[in-house]
Ligand binder design. Structure first.
Ligand code: GDP
Length: 881
């Protein structure tokens, strides 16, 4: 390109007189370089306007020469063609700046004008002040620009130099690494090849010695050695070529690639993927370090059912691993699926953990404290429930008794109806009355496992006698095993007839003391207060017999007698403390609710700080209203309270959703079997009294010494809710003969899981119960004699122990059958055979006359001459005929 610049020079006219025609087209060759070392020669033409000018002789040649020489130092940039025109006579240029830069700048060109003109012989005129300034300015800016260009060039040169140096360093480092590697390989090789050489030399000593170090490790022949040396030679030849390769490399490097774009002086940047890999590696390494210590075996608590996820969490294992183990067992499950405790245990043990099996109900463990030691117990007020037929005066009696409270006069007496109250007698003794008349209330409490009542007062109106609900009350009291006191009420009435009442009671197995029984009876009048003191005395007497005591110095336990949602006070429960002392601030659990005792209010409406045994109090602070009959306990922490109530709520929910099924006949029987009780409690309801009695008689006849059907309640009429509560409490099915249950009873039965069976034929009923009772009979075991064998010899075998060599004298001897060892007609041992051998083989049976070897399971003391009796046991199910 520089050549081209030269060609653009005009030829000066000779002597300034001759006119010459200049070429208008100038051409030249330029070599273009491309990437990858390719190059191409191109023709460049330059067209000019034809001009005619007077030329000067003055120094055309030196100017041309200078122009030619000047571009040499910095050929990097081609000079723009247009710039050449005014820059032509540059010989007298004042500043020795690099030519192309000067030539390029038009301002600089303007600065040169003056001398150029002088030389060309144009008349000089004095410059105006303006012109001078402009020139000075132009000169200054030209100089500045030159400086800048120079700086840039220098900088570029420095950068190139640095780049070169860096590459050189890299190359050197690579070479060093290669050398190191080669040295290492050589060193490795040396030992091997040397030993090989030695071996070779020993075998053929004339053969030329192979090159000492060779990476392949093979022995060398001469030819190979020559081959080996070739690369060295070629490397020598290639040496001069190296600059060319390097140039190529540089050229290649000049190309801008993404890698290069990100390349900086500190070296190549890592790719994103490589960074990720590095981070991942670090993480793994980190985790590996953590996992490296021995696998931690845990004690895994396994409830009755558990989800795979939860099990995995408890073991701190991955759920996938759990699933894998299950899959191996052929069980395909999802992470959210539930497995039973047995499966969970298998999995946990497979993973090397120990297992602690718990039932969910374990949360309740320890909730009800241990029984108190006798010496800790102190007498407490007896708790009395009043029961009886409707309108016989239960409410009236309770009201009348309330008035007998000696404190009544002082502090306004019992003002609150809180479901229970305590009266203080003149003697200082106290009696607590449950102010919740009705059998359902009584039994529903019992159904929840709460034994609240110590004594039942059975109210019978003297003018009315024993009525259906009186009978019901008797049955409820009997079922609960609570002693009764008969209060013959309405004695003020002229038509009252207490002896009639006593007689009628006799029919229901309630024998009053007057008739030689042990049931106390008191004649009273709720209306005029007659005999109330006697009734109270009787209660205290009964309590003394019962020895009602409790330990007041412990965390409180009690029963919810009544509970409601009070608009102003929130959930309010009346608690009858049974033992211990309940204090304000205690955390209590009652049924499915819990709370911190905010306040205790007694039956007089007073705030009290605590309540002891048999004392009824209203409790404020529960989260919700519990149910009457719920057991209340004090727990140590809110967490525990929450745990227990959560569990109970879950159970309650499940019960509602599930079938429940507590007292279906079959389940009842299985329960009875477990309890080893041979009594089937039933409740019989029939259409008429006659058929009810017939059924009861038929059922009673079914019984044997072993099993009996116990009719706990019988009555005429439909099945009521009260029957269902009694059934729930006693775990008894209900038999309805030609009657049906009403809606409430049906609902209650469904909820409690009580089975109600309906019959219209008495024989069907009896057959069913018979079948049920037959199921309760323990099956008969029948023995069948199989054979006898006599022991001829006893062998002591180290592994199996003693083996008897016998001959079967009678019948057959079978393996797996029962055997008896008989010595002098006395049975010494009874058990099973562990082995039965004939010669060396284990056999199933040995016939009479043959000899065999026998050994007992877990028994060794056999002697020569003993007889082994073999027999089968058959289990025969018995039936009631
Ligand atoms: P409950 O249904 O068993 O609670 O019986 P109540 O206490 O409501 O009494 C029913 C009726 O019998 C009421 O009208 C009472 O006035 C009346 N009553 C209760 N006790 C007596 C009593 O001792 N003598 C008389 N003459 N009437 C009584």
């Amino acid at each position: 390109m520089t050549d081209q610049a030269d060609t653009s020079e005009r030829k000066p006219k000779a002597g300034g007189k001759t006119l010459s025609l200049k070429r208008t087209v100038e051409s030249g060759h330029v070599r273009q370089n491309f990437s990858h070392g390719r190059s191409k020669s191109v023709v460049v033409e330059k067209k000019k306007k034809r001009t005619l000018k007077a030329g000067t002789e003055a120094a055309p040649a030196p100017a041309e020469e200078k122009a030619k020489a000047a571009p040499a130092p910095a050929p990097a940039e081609p000079a723009p063609v247009e710039a050449k025109k005014p820059a032509a006579p540059e010989a007298a240029k004042p500043a020795p700046t690099p030519a192309p830069a000067a030539a390029r700048a038009p301002a600089a060109a303007a600065a040169e004008k003056k001398p150029a003109r002088a030389r060309s012989g144009v008349v000089l005129r004095t410059l105006t002040e303006e012109e001078k300034n402009a020139r000075a300015q132009a000169l200054d800016s030209a100089r500045e620009r030159e400086d800048e260009d120079r700086r840039r060039a220098e900088e570029e040169a420095r950068r190139f130099a640095e780049e070169d140096a860096r590459r050189e360093r890299e190359r050197a480092a690579a070479a060093a690494r290669a050398a190191e590697e080669a040295a290492r390989l050589a060193a490795e090789q040396e030992a091997r090849s040397r030993s090989a050489e030695d071996a070779k030399r020993r075998s053929s000593p004339d053969e030329p010695v192979a090159a000492p170090a060779r990476p392949s490790g093979k022995e060398l022949t001469t030819e190979e050695a020559d081959e080996d040396s070739k690369p060295k030679r070629s490397a020598g030849h290639a040496a001069p070529k190296q600059p060319a390769t390097r140039r190529n490399e540089e050229r290649r490097r000049g190309k801008l690639t993404i890698t290069k774009a990100f390349d900086d002086d500190s070296g190549r940047q890592r790719s994103l993927a490589s960074m990720r890999r590095r981070v991942e590696r670090e993480r793994k390494k980190h985790m590996g370090v953590q996992e490296a210590p021995q696998k931690i075996t845990r004690e895994v608590v396994i409830p009755e059912v558990i989800t795979i996820q939860e099990l995995a969490n408890r073991m701190a294992e991955r759920a996938v691993d759990v699933m894998k183990i299950l899959m191996k067992q052929g069980i395909m499950l999802k992470i959210t699926d539930v497995i039973d405790s047995d499966t969970a245990q298998l999995v946990a043990e497979e993973l090397g953990h120990t297992v602690k099996r718990v039932a969910e109900s374990d949360v309740e463990e320890g909730l009800v404290g241990e029984d108190d030691a006798a010496e800790m117990k102190k007498p407490r007020a007896p708790v009395v429930t009043v029961m009886g037929h409707v309108d016989h005066g239960k409410t009236s009696l309770l009201d009348a008794l309330r008035k007998t409270d000696v404190a009544a006069g002082e502090a306004g007496g019992i003002t609150q109806h809180i479901g229970a109250y305590q009266v203080e007698l003149g003697s200082g003794d106290r009696i607590t009355f449950l102010d919740t008349p009705g059998h359902a209330a009584f039994t529903s409490m019992r159904a929840r496992g709460a034994k609240v009542t110590d004594i039942v007062v059975l109210v019978v109106a003297a003018d009315d006698g024993v009525m259906p609900q009186t009978i019901e009350a008797i049955n409820h009291a009997k079922a609960a095993g609570v002693p009764m006191i008969v209060a013959i009420n309405k004695m003020d009435k002229p038509e009252s007839d207490p002896s009639r009442v006593k007689n009628e009671l006799l029919q229901h197995e309630v024998v009053v003391e007057d008739f030689g029984g042990d049931v106390m009876s008191v004649e009273i009048s709720a209306k005029n207060g007659m005999g109330l003191d006697k009734l109270e005395e009787a209660i205290l007497l009964q309590a003394e017999v019962l020895e009602v005591t409790a330990n007041p110095d412990r965390a409180a336990e009690g029963i919810i007698v009544e509970a409601k949602l009070d608009r102003g006070r929130g959930p309010v429960g009346t608690v009858l403390v049974q033992r211990g002392t309940l204090n304000v601030g205690d955390i209590i659990v009652a049924g499915t609710e819990w709370g911190r005792v905010r306040a205790l209010i007694n039956d007089r409406g007073e705030n009290v700080p605590s309540a002891g045994p048999s004392q009824p109090v209203e409790v404020l602070g529960l989260g919700g209203a519990p149910e009457a009959g719920d057991v209340m306990s004090v727990v140590e922490s809110e967490g525990r309270a929450r745990e227990i109530t959560d569990y109970r709520q879950r159970v309650q929910r499940d019960k509602r959703v599930g079938t429940g099924g507590r007292a279906s006949l079959d389940q009842m029987l299985s329960q009875l079997k477990e309890q080893d009780r041979k009594e089937l409690p039933v409740i019989v309801k029939a259409d008429v009294q006659g058929s009810a009695e017939a059924i009861v008689q038929a059922l009673e006849k079914l019984g044997t010494d072993e099993v009996t059907a116990r009719v706990i309640h019988v009555g005429a009429g439909g099945v009521t809710e009260s029957d269902v509560t009694l059934a729930t409490a006693s775990n008894a099915p209900i038999i309805g003969f030609n009657v049906r249950a009403n809606a409430q009873a049906r609902d209650a039965a469904r909820q409690a899981g009580i089975e109600i069976r309906y019959y219209s034929v008495i024989y069907d009923l009896v057959d069913d119960i018979k079948a049920a009772l037959s199921g309760m009979l323990s099956p008969e075991l029948r023995e069948t004699f199989l054979g006898n064998a006599e022991i001829l010899e006893i062998f002591n075998i180290s592994k199996t122990g003693k083996v008897a060599g016998c001959r079967v004298t009678e019948g057959v001897v079978r393996r797996g059958s029962h055997v008896r060892l008989i010595r002098d007609d006395v049975v010494i041992h009874e058990g099973k055979l562990s082995t039965l051998k004939r010669f060396k083989d284990e056999v199933k049976e040995v016939q009479s006359g043959q000899e065999c070897g026998m050994a007992f399971e877990n028994y060794q003391d056999m002697r020569k001459g003993d007889v082994i009796e073999c027999f089968d046991v058959e289990v025969v199910k018995r039936t009631l005929d």
